[in-house]
Ligand binder design. Sequence first.
Ligand code: SF4
Ligand code: SF4
Length: 369
Amino acid sequence: MSDPVTMLKAAKAEGKKVVGFYCVYAPQELVLAADALGFALCATKEEPIADGEKALPRNFCPLIKSSYGFAATDKCPYFLYSDLIVGETTCDGKKKMFELMKDFKDVHVMKLPQSNLQENDHQYWLSEVKLLKEVLEEKLGVSITEEKMRNAIRVLNEERKMMQELSSLMQADPVPMSGMDMLKLMWGRNFVFDRSDFAQQLNGIIADLKESVAAGEGAFPKGAKRILVTGVPTGVGAEKVLKIIEECGAAVVYIENCSGMKQFVTLVDENRPPLEAIADKYLGIPCSCMSPNPKRMEMISNLVNEYKIDGVVDVIWQGCHTYNVESRILGKHLKEENATPFLAVETDYSQSDVEQIRTRVQAFLEMMD
Ligand code: SF4
Ligand code: SF4
């Protein structure tokens, strides 16, 4: 019964509703408050890309082609069993993909503002969050009460605090856990059925890591180069660059992107009206789809200092215009603000450029000596 797909089928058989989403802008508190299971959907494997390309242009980002390939072929059980998909207009490719997806699945698309800096951006996004609440209530046949929202906020805030604590242990030298293990842990969080079970597991891992730090034990030798990885989501199946960095002997001590810490770094304010607080937390996410996006620059500069980062690696999927352009802005910012070595790696999900990336990463690390 521990196999997640078996658990998913059993939960469905018991009448549990399932909501799938593709992005960290999807407010998970509302899904939890609707008593539904929420899953971040499969989008990081190379295998479904060929199926995705049957409907989408080949020069699209691999994440979108992988998402669509999984969806169109029923190869992702979490998609298959979802009662509703929550999409969002983060980038042009995704918003057009959702139009195609609507032909065979119930999809609700949240329309994001282009910026998160003005008051009217917040007012507009609040109306989208309210609309999602109504859609969830109608489609799932539930009532999302204020009390349920407050409870969901508390549960997910506790989880975020634990993830922050776990991540802060990576400030130690030697670093107690590899970036690859950290990634697997954060990836696993996307497929959780029981949040209190997961919280217990996290507590156990935090305790173990604290012991390792106290004993001076680490996943890499003391003094290993400390790398922050940012950019596009690089979940399990698309972890190529992260893996290469660690195979070259450096430690990935912080994964800033959406398959890493991005969604955990800010809490929902528990003292405000729930919908407003939820809306503001999510709109503050510094994805490159925001234009301009100064919050990402500030956040990464602060992390470089807190985690004593030796170099920043920005991973960009081919066909992702916003992260690709923003890479130039980020590189310039880090040079001026932190004087931090910066490497931009544009790639896709294939293995064809592994050796070329390895050569570039090795040269990048040698440059820091
Ligand atoms: S990178 Fe942007 S679009 Fe992609 S999951 Fe993160 S917030 Fe969503
Ligand atoms: S990586 Fe870029 S192009 Fe791909 S889905 Fe995310 S924002 Fe869109």
